[in-house]
Design a protein around this ligand. Structure first.
Ligand SMILES: C[S@@+](CC[C@H](N)C(=O)[O-])C[C@H]1O[C@@H](n2cnc3c(N)ncnc32)[C@H](O)[C@@H]1O
Length: 401
């Protein structure tokens, strides 16, 4: 989509075309829709409208019903923060910034920017890509929110006029995902200095990054918040020392609105490692990435199976949002032939295999076991200080939330 196509789609004629495409396009009939519309509109505008409608439909996962009035680029949608995660961050920034001025240094199509404006901050966005910046402006307008977006480089922004700074550097390049933080755009050394290092005036800032960020990259005094949504690890957000409330935090969000958080003050530095008890707990990935597994051990009155593996055990059942719980039915032999015999004797067929700290490919193990029974089973394989263990478990039924 070039600039003139985008400007057309943003205007009144574009709205009519988008509505027409939306009401007649069912995903598989794009050729028929395009050839009908090409009698009334130039082909490039029809193609741009079809792409926009397709992107809006895909965007429903991240933006819910609001996606129907928003604008996207393929890259912008892919990199955009899910609305639940963006709202969580925006509310935390707003609570720190008291309605102050926030600059989003690489705002993309504006998912975080829109959430910050909706949380009551006075927002300014910057993006180096002109089309993306224009889309972000349109997305603020689509929600009726105030704010401005300019085209520019994060590195050139005078931060002294803002209370809060946010940055979500691009972690994708023409050849896919970028793992080296110095190759992010803008690079990690820039955001570390400008956003987390306190050169900004005001209260400080936050940087969104990949959840796999090495802990050693987190500057002293900053907070590393690892965020999951509905059990899936989404991102890390690094908070500058002025906004940090902990060294490490795990925040578990749910798309139905639930949110819980645990930080290093809730987790003792170490926990016993002992053989498995009556229940096993698999902490949420945000808890594991935040190195807070001992916090789950404390919550369930339990211990670790191994000091370096993220499984917790206990003799009692505790329902906690921070971990999935399982009743331990049996400890089985950790050898394929013996395991096959034990599982067959119990009539097990469909098998879910979970593992930590052992070199096993679950799919390969399932196919080597050649189970034929009807009973579904769950097998957990884990390293322990002495040897690996195979545990036949039954998931705790979750209490109604
Ligand atoms: C990960 S996306 C931001 C997504 C955004 N937080 C959202 O949720 O919609 C990163 C954006 O940074 C922009 N960008 C890359 N390098 C930049 C730079 N040096 N200055 C400003 N923007 C930059 C890219 O064009 C891209 O739109």
């Amino acid at each position: 989509m070039d600039r003139s196509q985008l400007e057309f789609l943003l205007g009144p004629g574009g709205r009519v075309l988008l509505d027409d495409v939306d009401s007649s396009y069912a995903g598989t009939n794009s050729l028929a829709v395009a050839s009908r519309l090409r009698q009334r509109y130039p082909g490039d505008l029809v193609a741009a409208a079809l792409t926009q409608v397709e992107l809006r439909r895909r965007a429903t996962d991240k933006f819910g019903n609001a996606a129907a009035g928003m604008f996207f680029t393929p890259n912008g949608l892919e990199q955009a923060t899910h609305r639940v995660v963006a709202t969580h961050r925006a509310e935390r920034l707003a609570a720190a910034g008291g309605g102050g001025r926030l600059v989003d240094l690489c705002c993309g199509i504006g998912a975080d920017l829109v959430a910050a404006a909706a949380a009551g901050l006075q927002v300014s966005g910057v993006d180096s890509d002109p089309i993306t910046a224009r889309v972000a402006t349109a997305n603020l307008a689509s929600r009726g929110l105030p704010g401005s977006v300019v085209v520019g480089a994060a590195e050139d922004v005078d931060l002294s006029t803002y209370d809060l700074v946010f940055a979500d550097p691009a972690r994708r390049g023409p050849r896919g995902r970028i793992f080296d933080p110095e190759a992010f755009s803008p690079p990690w050394s820039f955001v570390e200095h400008a956003v987390l290092g306190g050169t900004a005036a005001g209260r400080g800032g936050a940087v969104k990054t990949a959840p796999g960020i090495p802990h050693a990259r987190v500057p002293a005094g900053a907070e590393a918040e690892f965020v999951s949504l509905d059990g899936g690890l989404r991102e890390a957000c690094i908070w500058s020392p002025g906004l940090a409330g902990a060294a490490r935090r795990a925040t578990l969000l749910r798309s139905d609105g639930g949110a819980v958080s645990m930080c290093d003050a809730d987790a003792p530095g170490s926990a016993d490692a002992r053989p498995v008890g009556a229940h096993l707990y698999e902490p949420d990935d945000a808890v594991i990435r935040a190195h807070l597994v001992t916090g789950v051990a404390r919550l369930v009155d339990g211990w670790l199976l191994d000091p370096h593996v993220g499984y917790v055990s206990s003799d009692r059942r505790t329902d906690t949002p921070f971990a999935r719980g399982f009743e331990v039915l049996e400890v089985l032999p950790y050898r394929v032939r013996a395991l096959r015999a034990a599982l067959r004797a119990r009539g097990i067929g469909p098998l879910t295999v979970k593992k930590r700290g052992v070199v096993v490919t679950p799919e390969e193990l399932v196919s080597r076991l050649r189970l034929t029974g009807d009973e579904p089973g769950t097998l957990i394989l884990s390293r322990t200080p002495h040897s690996a263990v195979a545990l036949l478990v039954r998931p705790h039924r979750r209490p109604d939330r």
